[in-house]
Design a protein. Structure first.
Length: 110
């Protein structure tokens, strides 16, 4: 039987061959061709990450801040390149979460 590292490399290759990964990388490349789009997305992602860090750290999260981020996301997704990137990123992230869930269930980790 293959050892666990060989199987991990096989999984990595399968992920890289997936439509979700290829689509995400294509959309990421398209996004990065326009510096303004790239900067807007990076700024948005930093704000979301900071909000998540604050939440995980037990800080009170201001509803107005969440609403502000939601409106910013709405504005960003008007841009078809950014919208396409966000959708591809979401599909790829969901696939990775599903894989993690499968592995976690298989080895009985909560």
């Amino acid at each position: 039987m293959n050892n666990v590292y060989d199987l991990a490399h096989q999984l990595a290759r399968a992920i890289k061959d997936s439509d979700e990964y290829k689509s995400f990388m294509e959309r990421k490349e398209a996004l990065e061709k326009n510096e303004k789009n790239k900067e807007m997305v990076e700024d948005f992602q930093e704000k979301v990450l900071q909000l998540q860090i604050d939440y995980m750290g037990g800080k009170d999260i201001d509803e107005a801040e969440i609403e502000k981020l939601g409106k910013l996301e709405e504005v960003l997704t008007i841009n078809p390149i950014i919208n396409s990137y966000f959708q591809a990123e979401s599909r790829f992230s969901q696939m990775i979460q599903d894989i993690n869930g499968i592995i976690g269930e298989a080895i009985d980790i909560e």
